[in-house]
Design a protein. Structure first.
Length: 236
C-alpha cells in the first residue's frame, strides 16, 4: 500500500448535505472500482484522517471522494479546503469490487453508500460491461440522492441497468417506493433472487438490516458482498 500527496482540483456541492472533493490522480496509482483510500487533511490542531471510498471510476482522469457532512473534525476541515491545496492518502484498499463477469448483479446503496457503487457503475458504463444490473438506492428524498442525474443517464445508455429509488420522506407527488429498503421492495424489484449476486453499501445499520432481509429471502451469504461506512450510524 503506497502513500501519495496530491493537489486538490475543486470541491463540488453534490447534494444539500454532501460534498465531493476532486483531486489529481498520481500517474502510478491504480485502483479497482469500489475500493477506498485513507485520506489525511490538515486541521487546526494537526491533521485528521478518514477512510473513504473513491466515488470516481478508474476510467476517469481524476480521483474523488464524496462525503456526507456530519459536523466531525474531518468535515469541518474539509469545508476549508480550496483548489490548489494538498491532501494525502494511502491505498487502495477494500474488496467491494466489481469489474464484470456476472450475468446478474444487484447493488443496494443507502445514502452516501452510493460512493463505491458510483465508481463501479461509471466503470461499467465506460467499459460497456455486459449483464443485467439492478441498483436499489435509498435516501431521505430525491434531493439527497447523490449522482442521481448521472445515474439516470447511465440507465439510458446501458439498457441492462435498472434503477429503483426508495425514499424515506418523499414529496407528495412521489409514486415510487417509500420507507426503508426491505424484503418486500427487494422481492418486488429484482427477479430471480437466487441467481443474483448482491453488493450492499451504506451505514452499518442499513447494511446489517438489508443483509438480514436478503437472508430472509433465501439469498446465501456467500452471494452478498458488504461495505459498512462508519460514522453515519445516526444519519439517513
Amino acid at each position: 500500500m503506497n502513500k501519495y500527496t496530491v493537489k486538490v482540483i475543486e470541491t463540488l456541492q453534490t447534494t444539500p448535505s454532501s460534498v465531493t472533493l476532486r483531486m489529481e490522480k498520481p500517474e502510478d496509482f491504480d485502483f479497482k472500482p469500489g475500493q477506498w483510500g485513507y485520506f489525511t487533511i490538515s486541521a487546526a490542531k494537526g491533521s485528521v484522517s478518514r477512510a473513504l471510498s473513491f466515488s470516481s471510476s478508474p476510467t476517469e482522469p481524476h480521483l474523488e471522494f464524496t462525503k456526507r457532512m456530519s459536523g466531525s473534525d474531518f468535515c469541518m476541515s474539509l469545508e476549508k479546503i480550496q483548489a490548489g491545496d494538498r491532501i494525502s492518502f494511502s491505498g487502495p484498499m477494500g474488496n467491494l469490487v466489481y469489474e464484470g463477469g456476472l450475468a446478474k448483479v444487484t447493488f443496494l446503496a443507502g445514502g452516501i453508500g452510493i460512493t463505491p457503487i458510483r465508481s463501479i457503475l461509471k466503470n461499467a458504463v465506460d467499459r460497456k460491461i455486459p449483464g443485467k444490473k439492478y441498483l436499489i438506492y435509498g435516501n431521505l428524498n430525491i434531493e439527497e440522492a447523490a449522482f442521481s442525474d448521472e445515474i439516470r443517464q447511465w440507465e439510458e445508455a446501458d439498457h441492462g441497468l435498472k434503477v429503483i429509488h426508495v425514499l424515506l420522506d418523499p414529496h407528495e407527488s412521489w409514486d415510487g417506493f417509500s420507507g426503508f429498503i426491505d424484503s418486500t421492495i427487494i422481492e418486488a424489484s429484482v427477479p430471480d433472487l437466487p441467481g443474483q449476486t448482491f453488493y450492499v453499501s451504506g451505514p452499518p445499520p442499513m447494511v446489517k438490516a438489508v443483509s438480514a432481509h436478503l437472508s430472509d429471502l433465501g439469498v446465501h451469504r456467500d452471494r452478498v458482498y458488504r461495505e459498512e461506512l462508519e460514522g453515519y450510524e445516526g444519519m439517513v
